[in-house]
Design a protein around this ligand. Structure first.
Ligand code: K7E
Ligand code: CUA
Length: 640
């Protein structure tokens, strides 16, 4: 950085000094038009794709799968890297018309069986079976020995406190669990070693436990819990009560510790109260001590879940609170397994904590501050950090609209007082206001330092105007050389928070379902009871007021060209796609009934409804499967 730039940066930073808290908050409130335009003001014509622009010509395949969270859409997206092409979406917490997710019996079972009783009761009163929205932030593939194993992917739902597991062989959710004693499940990371294992979830908001109305406005009695879900059973393994609001989390590469950034250490409920301190903390969790305490029956069972008290005043060895500047955000473990980085957000710094020091901390040999081995000023609004596996870190600067590349060991040397090192390697403008960034394989021991994506919340003038709500701008940056080079802009609908990028060889989805897939095991079992061969029979079975309609689909024909039911019957339609051809998906879309679903090759899908409308209703295939696809239809006759 030139001294001129340095001066400019410093004067902006002064604005963020703790003495000028109100200025900070005022600044933070007007990010979009105010502070955010300080850097890269006006339209940026820079970043003309250079010789390094990724070449993925038509017909060529990408090198990586990018797993994007879909934010408020409640879904996941798969983006090809380096092309940045959106390859598909995975419906998770949302209702999806293309697939029938949230309407088919198969998806409703998954979406409802993990709900807490109180949610079930609430939903019933609303005439709903499940929540039809979600807010996905952090999607992470499962690990074995510190690297991705291609089994599962886990993602949080911030708004309804759920965690979903996606099977990576079919790219569909197979389990959902709702987290008790929590509102706003935000940070999510997976145990890396020996395997996943635990899914660590941060509940963000502090709530009364139980939240039954006895405690209302006395917010000092609210609690926040850190939850470990068992990734195999998708049941809550244990919870630890903590001080403050949990934000993001990560864990080590040895299976010993997890860490979480906390804001709101004053435990207030207004913005002023929440930021009324110079320091918050990163809370660290001693997994062995927690497991031993749970095993020894030291936890309080609340709603069937073992809950330990990890608050400071409880003085247990489950947790320690490492002080970091106020309102930290991202929490990121380095791929060498040595450190984690807490990102300052309101402070222009990143704080580096050494995992190995936690042994001595929990043994009482050193103090919390002694675990901090580095604190580097990177710029304004540091939110998240990622890594290249060559010792460098890349931190998003929300307010500066930049990515700051810095060297980890140099930052540690500088913190020790070595004035000769300059840890900051480069700052690159991004357009604009980045939240997460992530580099290829950065969260594994095999970080490969090829590509980095910057997920920018504001796109402003980067795309043609689509109205007041603009797309996000996901930018691809080549980090394979000494310099970061911006090579691509890609628009995204609100609001992918985060992305994980995995080489394609580690992910092996199937093309055609196997008939024993658990996704439709219930349908197979019911058919067996009804003595129906799903691959060959087309039958209507009446069972009192329940009617089960079994039909095949094979381009361009449904096995039944019509079926008849009585007004008021409870009808379940089972469709089995008997085509054994890659890419040959059929749809079942029932007119006037709000029903549509897809049936992939060799799959069975089913949907249940009451035949409450008398008359003739067509069902048709909604996937363009054949030249006679329009003719792929039939009639449901509902008699009075
Ligand atoms: Cu938006 Cu990871 Cu939820 Cu930061 S989080 S940006
Ligand atoms: Cu089957 Cu279109």
């Amino acid at each position: 950085m030139s001294s001129e730039n340095e001066k400019k940066a410093m004067s902006r930073r002064d604005l963020f000094g703790t003495t000028a808290k109100l200025a900070t908050l005022a600044g933070a409130a007007t990010l979009g038009g105010g502070v955010g335009t300080l850097v890269g003001a006006g339209r940026s014509e820079a970043a003309t794709p250079s010789h390094k622009a990724p070449e993925v010509a038509p017909g060529q395949l990408d090198d990586y799968y990018g797993f994007w969270s879909g934010g408020q859409t409640g879904e996941l997206r798969i983006i090809g890297i380096p092309s940045m092409r959106e390859l598909t979406r995975i419906p998770v917490f949302n209702r999806c018309g293309a697939t029938g997710w949230g309407r088919t019996n198969e998806s409703l079972k998954i979406l409802t069986e993990g709900l807490l009783p109180e949610s079930r009761e609430y939903l019933k009163k609303q005439g709903m079976l499940t929540f039809d929205n979600g807010d996905t932030h952090h999607a992470r593939p499962s690990y074995t020995n510190g690297t991705y194993d291609g089994r599962y992917l886990f993602v949080n739902d911030k708004t309804n406190a759920r965690v979903a597991r996606v099977r990576l062989d079919i790219m569909r959710v197979d389990k959902v669990v709702q987290i008790p004693h929590a509102l706003g499940v935000h940070g999510l990371r997976l145990q890396r070693y020996p395997r996943t294992g635990y899914v660590f979830c941060n509940s963000e908001f502090r709530v009364p436990i139980p939240n039954d109305g006895k405690i209302l406005d006395n917010y000092h009695d609210y609690r926040c819990v850190f939850t470990a879900v068992d990734g195999d059973t998708m049941k809550v393994a244990w919870q630890v009560m903590v001080d403050g609001n949990l934000d993001n989390t990560d864990c080590d590469y040895h299976g010993k510790y997890a860490a979480a950034t906390c804001y709101n250490s004053p435990e207030g409920v207004t913005l002023e109260q929440m930021t009324d301190k110079e320091r918050d903390w990163a809370v660290v969790f001693n997994l062995k001590a927690i497991e031993a305490a749970v095993k020894a029956g030291k936890a309080t069972m609340i709603d069937g879940v073992p809950v330990l008290d990890g608050r400071k005043k409880a003085k247990h060895n489950y947790t320690r609170y490492i002080p970091v500047p106020t309102s930290p955000h991202g929490c990121n473990a380095t791929p060498d397994g040595k450190y984690f980085v807490a990102n300052g957000k309101l402070s222009p710094t990143v704080t580096i904590v050494e995992w190995a020091k936690l042994d001595d901390l929990f043994a009482g040999k050193i103090k919390e501050d002694d675990c901090i081995v580095g604190q580097l000023e990177v710029g304004l609004g540091p939110l998240h950090t990622t890594f290249d596996g060559r010792g460098n870190a890349y931190t998003t600067l929300f307010l500066d609209s930049q990515i700051c590349k810095w060297n980890i060991e140099d930052a540690i040397r500088a913190y020790k007082g070595d004035k000769s090192v300059k840890p900051i390697r480069q700052k690159l403008d991004v357009q604009y206001q980045p939240g997460h960034n992530n580099a290829t394989m950065a969260e594994t021991k095999d970080a490969d330092g090829k590509w980095l994506v910057s997920l920018n919340k504001f796109s402003k003038d980067r795309f043609i105007n689509v109205g007041p709500m603009k797309p996000n701008n996901d930018q691809l940056i080549d980090i394979s050389g000494d310099e970061m080079v911006l090579v691509k802009d890609e628009s995204a609908f609100q609001e992918p928070h985060d992305a994980t990028i995995v080489p394609r060889k580690l992910i092996n989805p199937i093309d055609i379902y196997k008939r024993d897939d658990p996704m439709f095991a219930d349908a197979v079992a019911q058919a067996k009871k009804d003595k129906v061969d799903l691959l060959n029979d087309n039958k209507v079975i009446r069972d009192g007021r329940k009617v089960r309609v079994y039909m095949t689909s094979q381009a361009p024909k449904f096995g039944l060209s019509d079926f008849k039911v009585k007004h008021g019957d409870e009808v379940t339609v089972y469709v089995t796609n008997i085509d054994d051809v890659v890419n040959l998906t059929h749809g079942f879309n029932l007119t006037g009934h709000g029903i549509s679903m897809e049936i992939s090759p060799q799959a069975t899908a089913s949907v249940t409804f009451r035949a409450d409308r008398i008359g003739v209703y067509y069902y048709y295939c909604h996937q363009f499967c054949h030249a006679l696809h329009m003719e792929m239809q039939g009639r449901m006759l509902v008699e009075a």
